[in-house]
Structures are given as structure tokens and as C-alpha cells.
Design a protein around this ligand. Structure first.
Ligand code: BDR
Ligand code: CA
Length: 312
């Protein structure tokens, strides 16, 4: 049976690659894409999600718009990383496929309530606002979720937007706390693992020489995306965060991790959005997430190249 998934996302070049990986994977049935405000405001993330589907030739994909802002805090965005459009790099045409009318959190609720319990996976690539809003409106969805797989947080790597907070969790820490407390199985892919998935020159070149329209467009996205992180970290390439979520779903044996407790700081302004990951299990708090720290990065990029080659 195929993985039935909903992607919740704020594209973003790395979100775009994650969406493309899902669209290119025959083991996945993508039920819908939910856009959320994050890297750039919602009116851009929903358009970007549709642009990416059209790039892949998947015009029939359903894209929904959700939360325009985080639950309590004001929206902060990341144009300094992703550019003004959120998807700077390649020139992609304005999308023709329609935006669905339904509000994304309602789509999440309807999908989880109408399908058999334990069949739908939520793949979360941005701030967790849409998921939290769905959980608050209809708490009965929580035990029906097969698994939430989310990119966010950090442990030994610290943060990327504050010294201790990662962007997705920092933007809406209250939503993240709600999600981590909801009781559904969760896999977390924090900076500790995504900082090992680097877009080196040779990896980007593999995308550039593909004889389809997706490969060169991905190379152009990554050229733009990596410039900020290369300068920041002095590394060969930037971390390709969000595709790790889809890769973990498809091939978990590329990764290693451990079941631990994750709590989210929502009170201190200094450490707001920090994921307190109890890696050594010293808190006595109950396990609520599988936290991934290791990756076979060559295997990950091989799978990505192989899959993207199958798109238009
Ligand atoms: C996360 O923040 C965003 O900028 C990326 O798309 C990724 O989801 C990394 O911290
Ligand atoms: Ca993202």
C-alpha cells in the first residue's frame, strides 16, 4: 500500500525539492499540499507550492492555503535565505492550476476523519501552525494520524535563527508545543541531521545536467539557496533540510535516531523556540518523538537524483 501523505509547507527552495521528491515517488500518494506562512508570507508560499507542482508536470495536485500567521507571535520570515519570492533562483511561470477553496487546517481535519485511522502521514516542512490549528479545532484527529514527520529544531547543532532555535519551531513555538504534546507518533529531523545533507558542487551539477526541466531548475534553486549558508558555515554547500523528511519516509534505513522526549520552550524570550531534546534521557519525561541524528548523505543524494530524473 502507498504512503498516503499530506505535505504542510512554506516553500522555500528546500521545501520545493521535498515536494518534487514526493511527486517523483511511486510509493507515495500525495493527498494534498497545505501552504503556511513561514519563509515568506502565505500569499507567496501557496503560489510557490503550485509553481513547483507545475514544474513537475503534476497540475492535478491539490494545494490549499492555511494560516496567514503564527498563533500568538508575529510572523517572521526568511527572505535573507530564500530571496524575495521565497523561491528565488530559477524563473518559474505563474501557476495556472487553481488554489483549492478549502482552508488547509479543515482539509487536514476532513482527510484524517474520513479515511481509516492510522493511514495518513503528515509531512511537515515549515512552522507547525496549520497542524496545531487542526488539532485545536478537532482533537479527535490526533489518534488517527499515522505519523507526523517534521523538519525542525536542533540539539547539539544549536539553532539557525537564534543561538538555540531553529527557524520552523521559532516562528510558531506554541504550535510546535501543541504538536509535540498531541500524542501522535512523531519523527523529528532537526538541524543535527540536515546539516550533514550538504548541497556540494558535484551534487548540484548532477541535477543541472539532467535532461528534463526539473533537474536544471532544482540546480538553479540550490545555487541561490546555498549561498547564504555557505557563507555562514563556511561549508561546501548548504544543508538541504526539508527533503530529509520525505527521504526518511521512503527509506528510513538511510538514517539513525533514538526515541526521546522533546519539549519546546515558549516562555523565555532568550531561548524562545528551543527544542529541549532529552537525548540522554535524564529528564524522566515520557518519550514523544523519534529524533534523527545520523544520515547516509551519499545514499540520500543518490535517491534524490534518481527520483528527480523521472519527472518532466
Ligand atoms: C527550515 O527553515 C526553512 O528556512 C527551511 O525551509 C527549513 O524548513 C530550516 O531551518
Ligand atoms: Ca521549509
Amino acid at each position: 500500500m502507498k504512503h498516503q501523505i499530506i505535505i504542510d509547507t512554506d516553500p522555500g527552495q528546500d521545501d520545493a525539492v521535498a515536494i518534487l521528491l514526493a511527486l517523483a515517488s511511486p510509493e507515495i500518494e500525495l493527498l494534498g499540499i497545505c501552504a503556511v506562512a513561514g519563509n515568506v508570507p502565505l500569499h507567496l508560499t501557496e503560489v510557490n507550492a503550485r509553481k513547483v507542482c507545475e514544474l513537475a508536470g503534476k497540475h492535478e495536485t491539490k494545494v490549499y492555503a492555511g494560516a496567514i500567521r503564527p498563533i500568538f507571535r508575529s510572523l517572521i520570515t526568511a527572505e535573507h535565505v530564500h530571496g524575495k519570492t521565497g523561491l528565488d533562483g530559477p524563473v518559474l511561470p505563474e501557476p495556472k492550476m487553481p488554489l483549492q477553496k478549502q482552508y488547509a487546517p479543515d482539509f487536514i481535519i476532513d482527510t484524517l476523519m474520513s479515511r481509516p485511522a492510522g493511514t495518513v502521514t503528515l509531512c511537515c516542512l515549515g512552522p507547525l501552525t496549520n497542524i496545531a490549528l487542526a488539532l485545536v479545532k478537532e482533537p479527535r484527529i490526533a489518534p488517527r494520524i499515522k505519523r507526523i514527520i517534521a523538519m525542525g529544531g536542533g540539539w547539539s547543532e544549536g539553532g539557525n535563527i537564534t543561538p538555540v532555535a531553529e527557524f520552523n519551531i521559532y516562528v510558531d513555538p506554541h504550535a510546535a508545543r501543541l504538536v509535540f504534546d498531541c500524542g501522535a507518533p512523531i519523527t523529528l529531523l532537526p538541524l543535527d541531521v540536515t546539516h550533514q545533507a550538504l548541497t556540494t558542487r558535484s551534487r548540484i551539477e548532477k541535477f543541472r545536467v539532467m535532461k528534463n526541466q526539473t533537474g536544471p531548475a532544482v540546480a538553479a534553486m540550490l545555487d541561490f539557496f546555498e549561498r547564504f549558508d555557505v557563507e555562514k558555515y563556511g561549508s561546501d554547500g548548504g544543508p538541504l533540510h526539508d527533503p530529509c523528511v520525505i527521504a526518511w519516509l521512503l527509506q528510513p534505513d538511510l538514517f539513525t535516531g533514538k526515541d526521546v522526549n522533546v519539549a519546546v520552550e515558549c516562555d523565555s524570550e532568550l531561548t524562545m523556540g528551543q527544542t529541549v531534546i532529552d537525548w540522554w534521557r535524564v529528564s524522566g519525561r515520557e518519550t514523544n518523538a523519534h529524533v534523527v541524528r545520523g544520515i547516509n548523505s551519499d545514499g540520500f543524494f543518490e535517491m534524490l537524483s534518481e527520483r528527480l530524473l523521472s519527472l518532466s
